[in-house]
Each structure stands twice: as C-alpha cells, then as structure tokens.
Design a protein around this ligand. Structure first.
Ligand SMILES: Nc1ncnc2c1ncn2[C@@H]1O[C@H](COP(=O)(O)OP(=O)(O)OP(=O)(O)O)[C@@H](O)[C@H]1O
Length: 630
C-alpha cells in the first residue's frame, strides 16, 4: 500500500490502531464474561493460581511468582514475557483487576510485575488489551507527523516518499567470518543515509549480519539502539552482540534468563553499582522512621513528632529515588548499544538519541510499532523476511484493509532492490530440503553452505538411519482415507485425530532410531491439534507447537501435521503461504509432512508443494501403512 503524504499515512494508522484496540477490548470482555467451558482453552487466561513467591523490583514494583496448586504445569498459553495482563480475584471477576506485565516464565510458574498487591487467594491472569503500548505508539506517530529537518527526511524515506540515499560504500574489516552476501549487506547498510533493509531468508544468518553491522557502527563511534518486536528476538540479538561489545545494555524484561544475558540487564547493572548500596541504606533508614512513626503514642507532642518522622521518611525516599534515577542515567549514558523491544520505555530513555537504529524481525512489526524507535536516529536499518510470519493483527477488518503488512514488506514492495540486500547462503537445511522454499519465495537464489548441503539423519552420532544419500523429505497423503478434521469440543480450533495417531508413530520411529526428543519438532497450524498431540505425547524435551512457536528456530527433524481434511477444499489460514514456509524451513535433516491432497491440492501453492515432494523426496500414502486402523 502506498500513501501520498505523511498525513494520509498517519491518519490511516491512527484508525487501524483504534480498530485493533477495540478488537482487543472486545475479546477480553468476551473472555471474562464467558461462562462454562474451559477458560484456559483460549491460551489467554490462566485460572486457579496461587502466590508462590514475591520480591521487590526496580522502582518499588512487586514481582509476584504465581503457580498452580501442587506445582502443576501451567496450561499452554500466550502470556509471554512483556505481555500486559490483569490479575483478578477468581471469585470476584466483576471487580476491576490489578494491571501488570509478565516478567518471567517457567513451565510451572509465571512471574508478573505489578504496582499494586492483589488481595486474593485464588488468582486468575488474563492477557489484557495493551492500552499503554497503543498510547505510546499513537504519541510517537503524532510526533513523527510534525518533525522536521533530518527526522522528517528519515520519516519520508521510511514512508517510501523518496528514494533511499546512500554514501559510497567503504571497505570494512569484518570481525566475524561472513559470506559474500552477508558482507555485501553489511557494507550496504553501513552506507545508508536514511534507511536500508537486510532481507534474511531462513537460516541465512540475518542476526549474525545485523550483529556485525552493529559492531562495525560502534567501532566507528556510533551509539546504537538495537530493537525487535518480541523479547525473545531482542535476547537473540543481545546474546550475539554481547561477546563483541561489553557495553551493551538490555532494558525491559529479558525472556530468556541466561547468565550471560542477565549481567547486561539494567536491573543487574543498577544492583552492581556502588551507589545502590547507599540508596538501599537510605531506604532502610526511611523504613525505620516510618515504623517509629506508626508506633502508638497518646501525647499531644507525639502527634507533631510523628508527622515530622513521616515527612523525613518521605524526604529520604525521594532522595533515594533521585539517586536511583541518576545511577540509571549514568548506566544508559555509558552503553554503546541499548537493546529493547519496540515498545520503548520513554520515561527511562527520555529524549535520548542514537546514531543508528537497527530493528531485527522487522516483518513482525505493525506500522505504528515502528515509530517509537525510528524517531531516535537519522538512520534506520531493518532486518527480516517478509516471506515468513507477518505481524499478528486481531481486528479482522483492519487486517482486511491491510494492517497486516509490515513496514519492511511495504518498503520492499514499493522500492524493490534499491532498498535491500538479500542474504543468499543458508546454514540450516540440507540442499534438497531448501529447494522448494528457495524456488517459490526467493527467486531460486538460496544456496546451502557446504556445512549444511549434505546433512543427513544417518550422519548424526548414535542415530541408526538408512545410509541413504538423500535427506528424509516425505509427504504422506491421506486422500480418500477419511481422516477428517474435526472441531475441538467447546472450541473453535480444528484438529485431526488420525493425523495425530500418525504423528505419534513417526515420533516413536525417530526416537527408536536414536534421535533425541529435543531434536524433534512437531508443528501443527492449529492450537487444538497441538493440545491433542501434547496429551498423547508427553515426552520430556519433545517440542510440539504451532508455527508461531517455531519462527526463528530450527530442529534436526520436523514433523508437520496440516490438519485440514474436508470435502469442500476449505484450508482456512493454511492459505497463508508464509506460515507454511516457516514450518517447512525449520528442519536440518528430516521433514515429514502429513496432509490431504484432495483438500489442499486445489490451492496452487499446495499443488506445487505436492509436486516438489514427488520430485525431490518421497510421496507416500497412508494406505501403505500396515493398518490404517491404528
Ligand atoms: N557466515 C557464516 N558462517 C558460518 N555460519 C554462519 C554464518 N552466518 C550464519 N551462520 C550460522 O547460521 C545459523 C543461523 O544464523 P542466524 O541465527 O544469524 O540466522 P537468522 O537468519 O537470524 O535465523 P532465522 O532464520 O532464525 O531468522 C547460526 O547457527 C549461525 O552461526
């Protein structure tokens, strides 16, 4: 989509943002008032939680760890680190809950940061509409609308209103070993005067390339803001940058609590700062004064004395807060690279500007999410792949109108090759496994690096697989076998029990051959099928998830169940080819897919995919199985 002026663009975005807000609010209201059925089924609610532990975080927030009774595992849910939530009293759902943010997750516990103590025994968590983020995005867009000078030039370049401009490329001494297309992308991005894009198809080292770009920019003396839409993607970047640049700082909640990441978080750095001991001492003193003041006293003088103590305690608290703020600002000042999600804590970063903003996974960002980060420098580099998952949009109407198109996709479509460089060597898939995706999505430009090109299951230590020269690439067709899809009881999601039986058989075969459970991914497009499979295959280490859970990840073996099988050829959101592209490109050595060619084959994309399996791999039918009544 193209807009003729900044005003028309921002007016459209304000409208879509409002529609999205309305869709989120409606969804939460429906969830909270729905009676009967299992409220956890949506993945947006967890019920029957108890307080397991608590502590105090920065700026006096409470960090509450919540879990099920007897340490039961939490249900499959979409409450990720950084998600806004509401905690409510399970028995008083009509009362307004306490708002907060998820700050950590384990299989059995979920930690949330809140400013108020929730007063209840049985707690419920609901994913909440993200009003705060929306307000920040709307405010950033309002600013972007009225900027001038170099910022206006960048804005207009990001809107595609003028061609991107570049300096002459300069020679670069790379710190990592990069292939030719990666080197070219770094030189290109370093030469950008306003905007440049690094297009990274699956496994091509997009994050590796963006990391090199950041390291090079820092060597040139630049201050860099490194962002991504999700906490996990920010952590990925941070993990790569940290070994090269000690002064990299992570703000916000890290989703992965790795030791090497923790030492870069603002919380840890503040804690390690010498000044923090003094702040804590002052806070202790303030607390003592408060305690003294709250002791009962009858004398008249006592009353005045008490209010003096309160006033002094308040003064000390303010002093401590100021000192803490000063420490934080010093830490921010000394960082060469600051890593954060696109939802920027404006209070923390103030009007700090950078020489370069880098946004990884930029194709998972909506347009309004771009502007908080983009306005903080005159140069922006976006990295991503518009042929993989687009941003999530709830409002069906906004989606239909085009809200699901990320800024990166829009720019690539509008400006073409002038604005991006594509990485073309991939390090994940065996060459044959890669071919379909390369031909269909990437103009046949991908090649497999020698380290990956010949990867086979038989080469894995301890695995007893046929010593075939080919990787495993199989499509199992259920056409005519009546392995029909069904609607999950009390739900809207689809599942296919017979395909689930087949998946179980495949997993058992791979395990028997010596493949470790954590080397296998089972991918299903529908949450109901994921739930069914998780019940049937409770194997430690085996990951069963929807496509979204696997974006950016890889496994030795991937099993995909496509679920849809009906007489009308309806394929629902399988029609989004990019979703299937992600699923197909996670495997390094073995890929087995099950689906119904009669249902899928009417779609030209799946017709080509089936052809690929016939040519490159094996095309089998479930009629071959010893008994299809297993
Ligand atoms: N030039 C290179 N030489 C050797 N290995 C490389 C090179 N570039 C990337 N890799 C390897 O390829 C793998 C993928 O790299 P990276 O995670 O940077 O890719 P990505 O494109 O961000 O991945 P995704 O497909 O998940 O978005 C990593 O294991 C990385 O070490």
């Amino acid at each position: 989509m193209a807009w003729a002026t900044p005003d028309s663009y921002f007016e459209q975005m304000d409208r879509w943002l409002e529609m999205e807000g309305e869709a989120e609010r409606q969804r939460m209201a429906e969830r909270r008032t729905r009676r009967g059925g299992n409220p956890e089924r949506t993945g947006e609610t967890i019920v029957n939680l108890r307080l397991v532990d608590h502590r105090t975080g920065l700026a006096g927030r409470y960090l509450l760890s919540l879990g099920k009774p007897a340490g039961e595992r939490l249900p499959m849910n979409r409450l990720k680190v950084g998600s806004p939530i509401v905690i409510s009293d399970e028995d008083r759902l009509d009362a307004a809950g306490v708002p907060g943010v998820v700050s950590k997750r384990t299989p059995t516990d979920i930690q949330v940061a809140v400013e108020q103590w929730p007063d209840a025994k049985r707690l419920r968590l609901d994913l909440s509409p993200d009003e705060k983020t929306r307000l920040r995005q709307a405010a950033a867009m309002a600013r972007a609308r009225s900027v001038n000078g170099s910022q206006a030039r960048l804005r207009d370049a990001l809107l595609g209103l003028h061609e991107p401009r570049f300096h002459e490329e300069r020679p670069v001494e790379f710190v990592s070993r990069l292939n030719e297309s990666q080197q070219e992308a770094v030189r290109f991005a370093l030469s950008a005067r306003d905007v440049a894009i690094v297009h990274g198809p699956p496994g091509t080292g997009k994050t590796t390339t963006l990391t090199e770009l950041i390291v090079q920019a820092v060597e040139d003396g630049a201050k860099v803001l490194a962002c991504a839409p999700s906490n996990t993607a920010v952590d990925n970047l941070l993990e790569r940058i940290a070994p090269h640049s000690p002064s990299v700082l992570r703000v916000g909640h890290p989703a992965r609590v790795l030791e090497q990441l923790r030492s870069h978080t603002l919380d840890e750095l503040v804690e390690a700062d010498e000044g923090t001991a003094i702040v804590q001492e002052i806070l202790r003193e303030a607390e003592q004064l408060m305690r003294g003041a709250s002791k009962p006293s009858r004398s008249h003088r006592g009353h005045a004395y008490r209010s003096d103590l309160y006033a002094e305690a308040k003064r000390l608290r303010q002093q401590a807060r100021l000192m803490e703020r000063h420490i934080i600002q010093q830490i921010l000042d000394s960082a060469d690279v600051i890593c954060t999600t696109l939802t920027i804590d404006e209070e923390l970063l103030g009007d700090r500007r950078f020489d370069l903003v880098v946004i990884d996974e930029a194709c998972q960002s909506t347009e309004p999410a771009l502007w908080q980060a983009a306005l903080r420098a005159d140069r922006v580099v976006l990295g991503g792949d518009h042929c993989q998952l687009p941003p999530t949009v709830l409002s069906k109407e906004a989606q239909r109108e085009g809200f699901g198109v990320s800024p990166m996709e829009r720019l690539v479509n509008r400006l073409g090759g002038d604005v991006f460089r594509r990485l073309t060597v991939q390090y994940r898939m065996n060459g044959a496994l890669m071919r379909f995706s390369s031909d269909y999505f990437y103009d046949g430009q991908l090649t497999a690096d020698v380290s990956a090109a010949g990867r086979r299951l038989a080469d894995m230590p301890g695995v007893d697989a046929p010593d075939d020269q080919h990787p495993i690439i199989e499509f199992w067709d259920t056409a005519g076998a009546s392995w029909d899809e069904e609607l999950e009881p009390d739900g809207e999601s689809k599942r296919n029990p017979r395909e689930a039986d087949w998946v179980k058989l495949q997993v058992e075969q791979f395990l028997a051959a010596g493949v470790h459970p954590d080397q296998i991914a089972v991918i299903a497009p529908y949450a109901a099928q994921v739930r069914l499979l998780r019940n049937r295959l409770p194997i430690d280490g085996l990951e069963i998830d929807t496509v979204d859970g696997f974006q950016g990840r890889e496994k030795e073996v991937v099993i995909i169940t496509l679920v849809r099988s009906n007489r009308t050829g309806e394929i629902g959101f399988l029609a989004d080819e990019r979703r299937t592209n992600v699923a197909l490109t996670r495997a390094k050595r073995a890929l087995r897919v099950i689906g119904d060619s009669a249902t899928l084959g009417g779609n030209p994309f799946y017709a080509l995919l089936l052809e690929y399996f016939q040519q490159e791999g094996e095309y089998r039918t479930v009629w071959e199985l010893d008994s299809i009544d297993f």
